[in-house]
Design a protein. Structure first.
Length: 172
């Protein structure tokens, strides 16, 4: 959150506030807090983001020259999204499609900016819906081509040679 907070004063503020992982890591770490059901800490973070939203909006409207547009967007997304995700987490069953959608979250974050840049460069006008579809397709490809093969390798490494051979003998 500290990196996000000071990012308007850093070179390339959009990178530090949203495009790069250092400034937006808090959003992913919030998922851990949601999973742990740490409502007290999440409540304080939500209040902090309400204050940041007010501060960034004031700086935008006071003509201070700080590049806070993306900061306002992130704050609005957090303030609106946190209660919504908490509510969905309480309703969402542990079903296959829910897990598959969850797998797309981080790859979608990684892919959406490069996809937007690529589409803008090669297409005349890119509607937001097309940008969304292309970003989802790119994130699905990242999951299929990178995440799943590496997960298989990780699972094999965790088993070790002794467990893998005992599993094979048990299957026979």
């Amino acid at each position: 959150i500290a990196v996000f907070l000071v990012s308007p004063f850093l070179p390339h503020p959009a990178f530090w506030a949203y495009e790069g992982l250092p400034g937006i890591l808090f959003a992913f770490l919030t998922g851990i807090l949601i999973r742990r059901k740490d409502l007290f800490f999440l409540g304080w973070i939500w209040i902090l983001f309400m204050g940041l939203l007010a501060a960034f909006a004031c700086s935008k409207f006071s003509h201070s020259g700080l590049p806070t547009g993306i900061h306002i967007n992130v704050c609005v997304g957090y303030v609106v999204g946190l209660p919504l995700i908490l509510w969905l987490a309480s309703l969402s069953p542990k079903v296959h499609w829910d897990q598959q959608l969850g797998l797309l979250a981080y790859p979608l974050f990684l892919a959406h900016v490069p996809v937007k840049q690529f589409a803008t460069l090669h297409l005349n006008h890119v509607p937001m819906f097309l940008h969304l579809l292309l970003a989802i397709a790119a994130s699905a490809m990242l999951v299929i081509l990178i995440e799943r093969p590496f997960d298989k390798i990780r699972y094999k490494m965790r088993k070790g040679p002794d467990q893998a051979s005992s599993n094979n003998n048990a299957a026979k």
